[in-house]
Design a protein around this ligand. Structure first.
Ligand code: BGC
Length: 359
């Protein structure tokens, strides 16, 4: 290499270091707000931590808050993020319908809003939506039941009860509809019998996804309709309501028998506590939503917004928040049960085998 070449290489290196430095400095002065709904459920802690870590790795400064499931608290946290000059705010809403006013303020300040996991309703102030395919969550739960019970080959009748999510969460409708599209025909053909006749979303909903409310509802149903009948399957929208349902079943002696037969219980989120119950054959399955992937996607959206580009989306006609169709990016979920949990959760590094009590 002659002197001129060496000089050219050195100059290029200096230029690269300079440009990268400017870029990172620019990002460091770019603040991103992350407002998650609560720390009481494992998944939101993971969501918050994953997003924060990935944003910091990319050089942004981050303001992360959890709303303790309280609407007013989350509104004040978002308000502070606006005052603190966040350029983009990522929001997992406590209540999908209560953010219009504070988001108008964000919009007037030129702040972009990404609705995270839960669609924020009735406002034109949200720009993008990053979520898991919520309809697919329900469809996978429904198909799992269809498959395990052999409904396609005409088996039945089996007794089913439905425990849905919270009505203030738009996802609840998608989870419910996804599952019911699969199961409804079997209810009509009487291969599935809902002894309580509670088959509408409003009848099946559990406010704030609370375990103890799910338990109370299930106990009522068991005490009223199952005195001399056996419950074969509980379609539970997520892991917290599944815990409530299993608590009720336990109180009624469902897990006391020596034979292996226990009801099919679905869930969602693959929380550690529920994974232990799946390994112990109390819960049957859960839906794995890889929060690492969703965090990655949402951070890519932030990068594009900050660079003045249009973020990548893969769904534009399914999520209407009452005011507009929100451009969305959907990540595909998958089921986990006793047979595949090692491959899906442990081999992928999401959990360590040692985290489970009885691997
Ligand atoms: C989420 C679920 C979660 C539920 C309760 C929903 O909006 O999509 O993953 O289980 O909220 O926190």
């Amino acid at each position: 290499m002659n002197c001129r070449n060496i000089l050219a290489v050195c100059l290029s290196l200096i230029l690269i270091v300079f440009v990268t430095g400017c870029f990172l400095t620019d990002r460091r002065s770019t603040k991103i707000g992350v407002a998650m709904p609560t720390q009481t459920r494992q998944r939101w802690n993971q969501d918050g931590a994953n997003i924060e870590r990935k944003l910091l790795e990319r050089g942004y400064s981050v303001e992360l808050e959890f709303g303790n499931n309280e609407i007013d608290l989350q509104v004040s946290q978002i308000d502070k993020m606006i005052e603190d000059g966040c350029k983009v705010i990522i929001i997992g809403a406590v209540d999908a319908n209560s953010l219009s006013e504070v988001l108008d303020k964000a919009k007037n300040n030129g702040i972009k809003i990404i609705s995270y996991d839960r669609l924020i309703m009735n406002t034109d102030a949200i720009d993008y939506y990053a979520t898991f395919d919520n309809l697919a969550v329900g469809t996978i739960q429904g198909e799992y039941i269809e498959d395990k019970l052999g409904l396609k080959v005409g088996r039945g009748p089996y007794n089913l009860e439905i425990i849905a999510g919270s009505l203030d969460d738009n996802n609840t409708i998608f989870f419910f509809e996804g599952a019911m599209e699969v199961l409804r025909p079997y209810i009509q053909s009487k291969q599935l019998v809902v002894q309580s006749r509670q088959v509408n979303l409003k009848q099946c909903a559990i406010p704030h996804w609370k375990e103890h409310i799910a338990k109370e509802r299930m106990l009522n149903i068991l005490n009223t309709y199952y005195i001399d009948k056996y419950l074969d399957v509980a379609l539970c929208a997520n892991d917290s309501v599944a815990i409530g349902v299993m608590g009720a079943l336990e109180d009624k002696g469902y897990y006391d028998t020596d034979d292996e037969k226990v009801p099919i219980i679905t869930g969602q989120d693959c929380d550690r506590k529920n994974m232990n119950m799946i390994i112990n054959a109390e819960q049957t399955m859960s839906i794995f939503k890889d929060t690492r992937l969703l965090a990655e996607q949402v951070v890519k959206m932030v990068d594009a917004i900050v660079a003045g580009k249009e973020p990548e989306t893969n769904d534009i006609g399914n999520y209407n928040n009452g005011v507009k169709f929100v451009p969305s990016f959907l990540v595909r979920p998958q089921f986990v049960d006793k047979d595949n949990y090692r491959e899906v959760l442990i081999d992928s590094g999401y959990y360590n085998e040692a985290e489970f009590q009885n691997p």
